[in-house]
Design a protein around this ligand. Structure first.
Ligand SMILES: CC(C)(COP(=O)(O)OP(=O)(O)OC[C@H]1O[C@@H](n2cnc3c(N)ncnc32)[C@H](O)[C@@H]1OP(=O)(O)O)[C@@H](O)C(=O)NCCC(=O)NCCS
Length: 190
């Protein structure tokens, strides 16, 4: 557990599932509209996330690394990473979201640096997918020295095709182990 500027950064527990799910669905509604259908975002998105997060956090899993950030009042950010997900690219940063009232305060950078530090210790790279329409997040990853290395079709949430609008694309951003050393050093204060 760590305290940074009055915020608490720690590993998630099963009791965080609901707060993470609500933040996740709210962030999708604000930032994924256009790629994800309005019917899904305004309908099943919350229940979908509640089920997914309850399942993800139910049992400890050594291959999953979920961080949360809290202030005095609530959970305001999270990052979820799957170690050793891809033999070439390494760990997958599957989700990174900061509450909309707390962006541009360095919370995303703290979550990314802490994730980088954990992945670095496993001696792999790190990658993620960001929606092509999500230019703000792409600027964030570039500010964190990530490199765009590919493009692919977005898979619909839960595998349900009509949760997507058309055929939206996503971009792969990646960090090699050397880049993670530098990014993680910010977190460790080296
Ligand atoms: C993307 C996100 C995680 C970034 O977290 P954050 O806490 O706001 O980012 P930080 O404050 O750590 O930003 C670090 C740097 O990234 C860049 N950056 C961050 N947001 C940016 C934006 N909207 N536009 C341009 N650059 C941005 C800046 O260089 C920033 O430094 P500065 O504020 O000193 O200029 C957050 O905005 C978010 O949750 N967005 C909605 C969900 C989302 O898109 N998640 C990513 C899914 S792949």
């Amino acid at each position: 557990m760590e305290y940074v500027d009055g915020l608490q950064l720690r590993r998630a527990t099963p009791s965080d599932a609901e707060a993470i799910a609500l933040l996740h669905a709210d962030s999708w509604r604000r930032h994924y509209r256009g790629a994800y259908s309005d019917a899904f975002l305004d309908g099943d998105a919350v229940s979908d996330r509640l089920v997914v997060w309850a399942d993800r956090l139910r049992e400890p899993d050594l291959l999953r690394y979920t961080l949360v950030v809290e202030d005095d009042a609530s959970l305001i950010g999270f990052a979820h990473t799957l170690f050793d997900e891809d033999p070439s690219w390494g760990a997958l940063l599957d989700n990174l979201h900061v509450d909309h009232g707390h962006t541009r305060c360095g919370i995303g950078s703290q979550l990314l640096a802490s994730t980088a530090s954990a992945v670095h210790s496993r001696r792999t790279g790190l990658y993620l997918w960001v929606q092509e329409q999500n230019v703000a997040a792409q600027r964030f990853y570039e500010a964190g020295s990530g490199t765009c290395v590919g493009r692919a079709l977005i898979s619909p949430p839960g595998g349900v095709a009509n949760r997507l609008n058309g055929t939206p694309h996503k971009l792969r951003y990646a960090w090699n182990p050397q880049q993670l050393t530098r990014l993680g050093a910010e977190h460790r204060g080296d």
